[in-house]
Design a protein around this ligand. Structure first.
Ligand SMILES: Nc1ncnc2c1ncn2[C@@H]1O[C@H](COP(=O)(O)OP(=O)(O)O)[C@@H](O)[C@H]1O
Ligand SMILES: [Mg+2]
Length: 560
């Protein structure tokens, strides 16, 4: 007697539903994506009781006819792809034809829809079985109402996290969808209260302010570039606005919000040395590329995407972010509030200057002849560490160690830009301490290493290193070179230089509490002024803080 039976469709649907709808937020995502695919330019999301009671998504998109309103609930039923070849160039957010079937399998759903110049219809499903259908009155578009979520899968219900967690997950997905679609007016209400609303007028400044909070785009850096055939646009919020978590680095590919660890990390690395350790930027990266260069069919929720050339893309993103931030004249952190470090919710703002100019009369873009640091005169040193300066704008305090770290970091960065190809013999040969696999690689690529200035007596002992390399950095240099050889079969010196400069700056072996002579102080200031980013040390701490004359007068109550 066989014991294996094919499942009936309803059971199979319930199991499959788990991959698509694991929590209320994923229903919000699927329904809004359907509305976007239907070319809506207004989408409203209404949530009750964290989505457990009701999720209602209303759009003004194309709508469906009566027949499609039924077909939409079948598993693997879609209007978006038809042939295997279509999988190679998916231009819509949906394509698997599973979402409505999956949602209906675990909840009670009513879909009302009306096409232009047609009558409206509705269909109702409870846990995949048709409960009712008929005529409906509504505007052109579609309304999907999901109630009693997980009423028939109590096990799933139990896994729902705290109310707060579900609420955040919904807001999070809404934010991503809204940021990905600047041309769609989106509204989110929860239990009748308006939570977020965007204008849908394609203005990224307004959009980001609406999603992340007002005045977030002050000092935002925007860049646009082409990398091979990929169009890359970045919106980089000022490093002074930062977060404790990584989740506000948003990636979008062809309008789809995606997760990709390597690319998020590339953005964070681009902010390296502008941000403190364990603080993360808020940034949006939009990629537009030929759909055949990526695979979105990795996971049923379609949030993971594989790129044909991920590491190269990551490398370019990091450099674009870094260069764009370097080009900008950031402000010196100013005033006492800086020092107290305002915290608003999770967002950490190092400066709050309420009468500062808003966008439009923004800071001028940096040019070669606008100095990034003002000219000031030395007044004295406090606590053996903080150099005090003044000019007619106010007082300036410089952390001499932070300044020196910045200077060293940029020095190494430059030194490695055009490394001299010469070998420096080692007094004491250096046995490489590597895995066998790596030693094999070195043997294999011996000629490449020698061409870059290394020398070996046998194949595991170094007798010479390139002149630009510090002895402390040998291991990391070799490891980095090996991983490049593995990935790309050649050594990219600019990537190597980046890695090394970062590593050097992390070691930061800089004298503490050492009094500096006047000549040294002048040298330090002159060198800091020559830096591309004089504002922060490589770990993101400020190098200079300004106390404006106005601020000082306020402290003494000369002005209010
Ligand atoms: N809001 C909507 N407006 C118009 N058509 C929709 C909407 N939602 C779903 N549909 C139709 O129902 C089909 C099935 O939707 P879904 O189950 O989400 O699968 P997919 O989006 O992967 O095609 C879609 O292909 C589309 O034709
Ligand atoms: Mg869909």
């Amino acid at each position: 007697m066989p014991i294996i039976k094919q499942m009936d469709a309803r059971l199979a649907d319930m199991i499959a539903a788990g991959e698509v709808v694991d929590r209320p937020a994923s229903i919000v995502k699927e329904l809004v994506e359907n509305a976007i695919d239907a070319n809506a330019n207004r989408i409203t999301v209404d949530i009750e009781a964290m989505g457990m009671k009701a999720i209602i998504v209303t759009d003004n998109g194309s709508g469906m006819d009566a027949e499609d309103a039924h077909l939409a609930f079948l598993r693997h039923a879609t209007s978006k792809i038809a042939h295997p070849g279509d999988l190679n160039h998916i231009a819509t957010l949906g394509f698997r034809g599973e979402a409505l079937a999956a949602i209906a399998a675990v909840s009670k759903v009513t879909l009302k829809t009306r096409q232009k110049d047609a009558e409206g219809v509705y269909v109702t499903y409870h846990g995949s079985s048709l409960q009712g259908e008929g005529a409906a009155t509504l505007n052109e578009g579609t309304v999907v109402e999901v109630t009693d979520l997980f009423f028939n899968t109590p096990a799933r219900f139990k896994y729902i996290k705290s109310e707060q967690a579900e609420k955040h997950a919904i807001i999070d997905i809404f934010d991503r969808l809204a940021l990905a679609n600047p041309g769609i007016r989106m509204t989110l209400t929860m239990d009748g209260n308006m939570v977020k609303q965007t204008y849908g007028n394609n203005d990224f400044y307004a959009l980001i302010d609406q999603i992340h909070g007002s005045r977030m785009t002050r000092d935002m850096t925007v860049f646009e570039t082409d990398i091979q055939k990929i169009k890359l646009t970045g919106y980089l919020l000022s490093p002074q606005i930062n977060r404790a978590r990584k989740k506000d680095v948003h990636l979008f590919v062809n309008g789809r919000t995606i997760k990709n660890y390597a690319l998020v990390q590339a953005v964070i690395d681009g902010y390296h040395s502008f941000l403190m350790v364990n603080r993360y930027p808020i940034a949006l990266i939009h990629l537009v590329m030929d759909p055949s260069l990526l695979d979105v069919n990795v996971h049923p929720q379609k949030t993971e995407v594989k790129f044909a050339n991920e590491s190269l893309l990551a490398y370019h993103i990091e450099h674009q972010v870094k260069n764009a931030l370097l080009k900008k004249n950031h402000r010196l952190p100013e005033g006492l509030k800086t020092i107290a470090s305002e915290t608003i919710g999770d967002i950490h703002i190092q400066q709050l200057d309420l009468d500062a100019p808003t966008r439009g009369d923004n800071q001028p873009a940096a040019t070669a002849d606008t100095p990034k640091l003002p000219t000031f005169d030395y007044v004295g040193t406090y606590a053996g560490t903080y150099l005090i300066f003044q000019n007619d704008e106010g007082l300036f305090m410089m952390d001499q160690h932070a300044a020196e770290e910045r200077i060293r970091y940029e020095h190494y960065f430059k030194a490695l830009a055009h490394p001299v190809k010469a070998t420096r013999p080692l007094m004491i040969p250096y046995p490489l301490n590597l895995l066998n696999k790596d030693l094999d690689q070195i043997r294999h690529h011996r000629a490449v290493f020698i061409a870059h200035g290394f020398d070996f007596d046998d194949d595991v002992t170094l007798t010479g290193i390139p002149v630009w390399l510090i002895e402390d950095e040998v291991d990391i240099a070799i490891e980095t070179m090996l991983s490049m050889l593995e990935e790309k079969t050649e050594i990219d010196l600019s990537v190597l230089r980046d890695r090394l400069a970062k590593d050097i700056s992390c070691k930061g072996a800089i004298k503490a509490n050492q009094p500096l002579s006047r000549i040294e102080i002048d040298g330090l200031v002159a060198n800091l002024k020559r830096c591309q980013n004089p504002y922060t040390c490589p770990h993101g701490r400020p190098t200079v803080i300004k106390l404006s004359e106005h601020e000082i007068e306020r402290m003494f109550k000369r002005v209010i």
